[in-house]
Ligand binder design. Sequence first.
Ligand code: SF4
Length: 326
Amino acid sequence: MITAQDVKDCALEMGADLVGISSMDRWEGAPKQMDARYIAPDAKSMIVMGFRIPRGTLRGIEEGTFYVSYASMGYAAINHVLQPMVLWRVTALIEDAGYEAVPIPNNFPWCNTDGSGQDLSRIGVHNPAFSMPVSPDKPAPDVFVSMRIAAFMAGLGEIGWSKMFISPKFGPRQRLAMILTDAPLEPDPIYDGPPLCDRCMECARECTGGAIPTDPNDSIRITVAGHELEWANINYVDCSRYFCGASEEYNPFMVTKADQEGFQQPVSQGQRYKVGPTYDYGRALEGAKGCIRACMIHLEEQGKLGNSFDRPFRRRPEWKLAWPRE
Ligand code: SF4
């Protein structure tokens, strides 16, 4: 016998910062290609964990002086090092109790669905040129699970206008992972605490690529477990380029005209232009200026976040570079 509390205690002790549990029926209505129930048809529970992005990993980018901390310790190493370690330990706990557990980190390099372009009709639709279902009743590999929707189902918080997952403890500062298990675990209620996102649009105003619309009607709406969710109709092509450093004003590694062309290539070609990988993923040069930094500042100013600090995040005038360089 294993309980929800056993699982939560283990996850937190091993290094997760947030943990919640959803029943599988909350996936009802999801597109087949994005429905976690196809991954583990006998699963009864979904455990979703949040791993904090330390605020200090963003300090060097905020100051314009150090970029490796966020790219590694605030991004890639959370996904590629910390999450797998915790997922393995919690999986072992569950399987020692005689239940199967499917650990799923925040890393989908074989994703079948085409979510990289701006054609929203392609999201949740499998790409037949990439792979094929093994039988007509099944989706194609690989089912793409939205971690943010899973976290909402598990009661960890809400999805903001920026489409970032926002928790009452860290705001937009966490990365997510999950485990599916046939262990019957007590589910958590959907988050119904004080609303976190107030549609201030700071995320949109500070996004270096202008990828987040400010028009409140330019949104995506879905229903999850009877709850209406809405977020901005993000321009994913611009987001994928600008978070890798496409902005002339906010990328101090962009020095020459050749650099500009390199950093502004489509992400599939230019994602590692000039800046080498850290933990296999070293490209987050924007430091999430809108969707994490601006949002976090706004939520902290309102005292909405449990992880509070004695000093505000933004302490000095913002920097901005001229183009072309002097
Ligand atoms: S910055 Fe404002 S509008 Fe954007 S997600 Fe955060 S709270 Fe919502």
